[in-house]
Design a protein around this ligand. Structure first.
Ligand code: DAH
Length: 348
């Protein structure tokens, strides 16, 4: 190649290189273009190699030309790189923008499960009457669940409560408590009268799940032991809490019944809260809904815990909390209460 040809080629390389640099649309593409224009295998480098074939006198001129071409392209690459970086930054400022003015989605405040709410209301009512809240274990011994409550071994009343036994110790001695009544015994063993306690908690029976029965359910138990406690105190206390929870139009009714640990024993009902006694489908047109059992503490129970039945008398009652909640909120199936489905719980 003649020096003139070399000069012309160099000029063309700069022109087409400049076009390629301008066309590079990203930093990666620009890197590629830079390698092609200025790298080892670039045409500009090849021209340098041709130098040895030109006359010595022409060499400085050509060398200067090539260096200038190189410098021009390098500068163009640097400018293009700066422009691309600036554009990318401007784009990310738009795209990654966090709009803090949009306002939140707000939050929904939860609330207590209906059974927890009634549980606490019951506690409040009884604490307000001077009662203390007591607790007992859910896994219970035969002594507390049955024997001390005057259900001797083999007593037919045991058959009223389908029991879930726990494989621990002697056979059929350890069980899931079938009611909250064993807490009565635990409290009386621990403290002398006067006793005014309520115990709320879980109870378990080998019941098949249906609309009103669940193998796991909740009860409240009340125990009062003092000198001179009469049936009148029992009736009055139940009437009191029914009024406290439901207002003056709802009252209590008692029917004779049998429980081994009370004598006399009764079942009690309250006025149907839906029809206020008129009779509706909820109360099977009777105007009343059954709540639970009650009675005067049987002297045998006092003897089991070394309380003198000649000196002290007492009353007790117990009923299902889930059942009460079902009634209050019109929950048709008990399993709805315990499915853990938030769409159900959110309705209350
Ligand atoms: N524990 C009984 C049950 O689960 C209910 C009951 C009846 C509790 C009479 C009492 C009572 O305290 O005096 O069926």
């Amino acid at each position: 190649m003649t020096p003139a040809e070399i000069a012309e080629t160099t000029e063309r390389l700069v022109a087409s290189g400049a076009a390629d640099i301008d066309a590079a649309s990203s930093a990666e593409k620009l890197d590629e273009v830079e390698r092609a224009l200025l790298g080892k295998a670039s045409p500009l480098n090849e021209i340098r190699k041709l130098m040895k074939d030109v006359a010595e006198a022409d060499r400085p001129e050509i060398g200067k030309n090539v260096s200038a071409a190189r410098a021009t392209l390098e500068q163009k690459v640097a400018d293009r790189r700066a422009a691309l970086t600036k554009a990318a930054r401007a784009l990310s400022l738009v795209e990654d923008r966090l709009d803090l003015t949009i306002g939140g989605r707000g939050y929904r405040r939860g609330h207590l499960h209906p059974v927890t709410r009634i549980w606490r209301e019951l506690e409040d009512v009884f604490v307000g009457m001077g009662y203390r809240v007591a607790e007992g274990p859910e896994v219970e011994l035969d002594w507390y669940n049955f024997e001390a409550l005057n259900f001797p071994p083999g007593h037919p009343a045991r058959a009223m409560q389908d029991t879930l036994y726990v494989k621990l110790g002697e056979p059929e001695q350890v069980m899931l408590r079938t009611h909250t009544s064993p807490v009565q015994v635990r409290v009386m063993e621990r403290q002398p009268p006067p006793i005014y306690v309520v115990a709320l908690g879980r109870a378990f029976r080998r019941d098949t799940l249906d609309a009103r029965h669940s193998p796991v359910f909740h009860q409240i138990e009340c125990l009062t032991v003092d000198r001179g406690i009469t049936l009148g105190h029992l009736l009055g206390t139940i009437e009191m809490f029914v009024h406290a929870l439901f207002g003056p139009n709802i009252s209590a009714r008692f029917n004779p019944s049998y429980f081994p640990f009370t004598e006399p024993s009764a079942e009690f009902a309250m006025t149907c809260v839906f029809c206020e006694g008129e009779g509706c489908t909820v109360c099977s047109r009777t105007g009343w809904v059954e709540l639970g059992g009650c009675g005067m503490v049987d002297p045998n129970v006092f003897r089991a815990v070394n309380i003198d039945p000649e000196e002290y008398t007492g009353f007790a009652f117990g009923f299902g909390i889930d059942r009460l909640v079902q009634l209050l909120y019109g929950v048709d199936h008990i399993k709805n209460l315990w499915d853990g489905d938030v769409r159900f719980a959110a309705q209350f």
